[in-house]
Design a protein around this ligand. Structure first.
Ligand SMILES: [Zn+2]
Length: 352
């Protein structure tokens, strides 16, 4: 592949053109044109909604050699190097994540020292503005956050900080108050589906797949793109769909046997997130709000099942899944948490 020749710095696949959150982009563009950009922004929104993409778009905007009406040109050498992660004035600090994208280790003080504290006082090498992108800023350790705050309190010239976070409440209020917050929201299904259906780098694109992937991603374009690039994505999904629907009709003994193998913490959280989408669909279908279902291709099966459950029973179990998700995050015994959970799962006799 041609892209491997330039150092393989970025694993970025052929990207989907930016979709959604137009208001945020227009706001930033207008502020930049007026020469009134703040020195620090905080982009808050769910994972894969496009926080990093927007941060790098802003980094290109402030360093592009020929910005146009709608933003950076994306063709000049500054734009291209920023997109490939090898532009000296754009620095990204991020937490360590595992294969599922779950944070293994938050942003450390060493990272803040080595990248931010060392580079912030220096002039840009070649661009107009040094941009520090702090991804997962809400994962900064207290020491890292306090060190970062010192730099933020006395912002050096020609420097722009862009923090991204899922949960603003987990940031120091003193950091939040020094940033201009921009909230990013999931993209409406119809908008994302249209973008996916028109995306030329996706060989399997068609209206039906686009609708399904837009829904499965929860309106987060990055999640949809990752899913399209994972060869076994739909197979893996079918596996857990079968498993959860079998569990509903399984007896105590079978339920415990099924979860005996589900003991790794890293796999537990994503699985519980999947279960949440499935049970939420049952609740939507059971209460006549089927338009919003995630598992669009399964809606007939799910509607059938929902008709045999009481909505309050489903709602109660949804809360149990959420509690278990919290427990797993707080390092509870994963196997025990799953055992207790599946025993609380509503039961529906298997269809004949
Ligand atoms: Zn450019």
């Amino acid at each position: 592949m041609a892209s491997d020749a330039d150092g393989g710095m970025s694993l970025q696949p052929a990207t989907l053109p930016y979709v959604g959150n137009e208001a945020a982009r227009r706001f930033l563009l207008g502020t930049w044109r007026a020469g009134r950009l703040a020195h620090a922004y905080l982009f808050v929104g769910p994972r894969h909604v496009g926080r990093r993409t927007l941060a790098l778009w802003l980094a290109r905007l402030v360093n592009c050699h020929a910005p146009g009406e709608t933003g950076p040109c994306d063709r000049c050498s500054a734009c291209r190097r920023i997109m490939h992660g090898n532009y000296p004035d754009v620095m990204v600090v991020e937490p360590e994540v595992d294969e599922f994208g779950e944070v293994k280790r938050g942003v450390l003080i060493e990272q803040i020292r080595e990248v931010v504290e060392r580079r912030a006082p220096l002039r840009p090498y070649e661009g107009r503005t040094k941009v520090f992108v702090i991804r997962g800023a809400d994962t900064m350790t207290p020491q890292a956050a306090n060190a970062f705050l010192k730099t933020l309190e006395e912002p050096p010239a020609a420097t722009l900080f862009v923090l991204t976070a899922a949960d603003q409440a987990r940031l120091l209020p003193t950091i939040v108050s020094r940033c201009q917050t921009v909230t990013l929201r999931p993209v409406p299904t119809r908008t994302l589906a249209a973008a996916l259906a028109a995306w030329e780098s996706w060989p399997d694109r068609n209206a039906e797949n686009a609708e399904l992937f837009a829904r499965l991603s929860g309106g987060c374009p990055g999640a949809a793109v990752l899913a399209t690039q994972q060869l076994d994505y739909l197979t893996a999904r079918q596996h857990w769909l079968d498993q959860v629907s079998d569990l509903v009709s399984a007896d105590r003994h079978q339920r415990l046997a099924t979860v005996a193998g589900m003991t790794t913490r890293s796999a537990a959280a994503p699985l519980l997130d999947h279960w949440l989408t499935w049970w939420r669909d049952l609740l939507l279908l059971g209460s006549g709000r089927g338009e919003g279902v995630t598992h669009w291709d399964q809606r007939a099966v799910l509607a059938n099942l929902a008709a045999r459950l009481r909505p309050n029973e489903i709602a109660a179990f949804l809360r149990r899944i959420e509690e278990t998700r919290d427990q797993v995050e707080r390092n509870a015994n994963v196997r025990l948490a799953f055992e207790v959970l599946v025993l609380d799962m509503p039961y529906v006799e298997a269809a004949a």
